[in-house]
Write a protein that binds this ligand. Structure first.
Ligand SMILES: [Zn+2]
Length: 223
């Protein structure tokens, strides 16, 4: 499944350097293009991560290997998400060390915050049928959820890069909106105090809230 990431990586690397709409072209064209790349990255990530779950359910890999592959590919995916976020904020430096460190740091943190719970649930009875076998559907679905964090990572990188230091939070109301997100609606923050969408909220990877600088620049908002 990992091979799926390779053509995408090549595409993200070449197209964002060689074919990104040049400066002077309408800004929203560039935004649309970067949003499209982010959506592709997330779709691809879902496929890759649920592939590891499939390997686990079908006993081709053990829990330790499953965890390590998840962290590795989340790191990969989040690094590219960080690159896209940085580009949305106007940075033109090619994919590099900063993106990799940013992405891998979030993957390591997500492992501690969420993935280790998943692994212990997989170890217990929660996902097992009467014969003790893992149930494929919920396991694959939960693994795929981690790909959704890429949006939050891209927006965290955007927030770190964009020129303005002051931000306003906008809560998106849907069935996954949590109380934490709801309480942030319309709040003003500095770069240091502003949470990134999906960060420290119960809706986590499902969060579709967004932030805006006080000059009206917005982070990624998925269609
Ligand atoms: Zn939210």
């Amino acid at each position: 499944m990992r091979t799926l990431l390779l053509p995408l990586r090549a595409m993200v690397d070449t197209e964002t350097t060689a074919e990104t709409p040049a400066e002077g072209e309408p800004k929203d064209k560039r935004r649309k293009y970067l949003t499209w790349l982010l959506v592709l990255l997330m779709e691809n990530g879902k496929e890759t991560l649920s592939g590891h779950a499939q390997d686990l359910v079908e006993e081709r890999i053990g829990l330790g290997q499953f965890h390590d592959r998840m962290v590795r590919d989340m790191g990969d995916q989040y690094s590219h998400a960080a690159h896209l976020g940085r580009q949305l904020a106007g940075s033109t430096a090619p994919f590099g060390q900063w993106d990799m460190m940013f992405g891998q740091a979030v993957a390591a943190l997500s492992s501690i915050k969420y993935l280790q719970d998943f692994v212990s649930d997989l170890n217990g009875q929660r996902y097992r049928d009467d014969d003790g076998n893992l149930k494929a559907d919920p396991v694959l679905a939960r693994a795929a959820l981690y790909a959704g964090l890429a949006l939050g990572v891209a927006n965290a990188a955007w927030k770190q890069t964009v020129a303005s230091e002051r931000f306003v939070w906008h809560t998106t109301e849907d069935e996954s909106t949590c109380d934490t997100c709801a309480s942030r609606d319309g709040q003003e923050y500095t770069r240091d105090t502003c949470p990134s969408p999906g960060e420290d909220s119960e809706c986590g990877a499902r969060c579709r809230c967004w932030i805006e600088t006080i000059d009206g620049e917005t982070c990624f908002v998925l269609p």
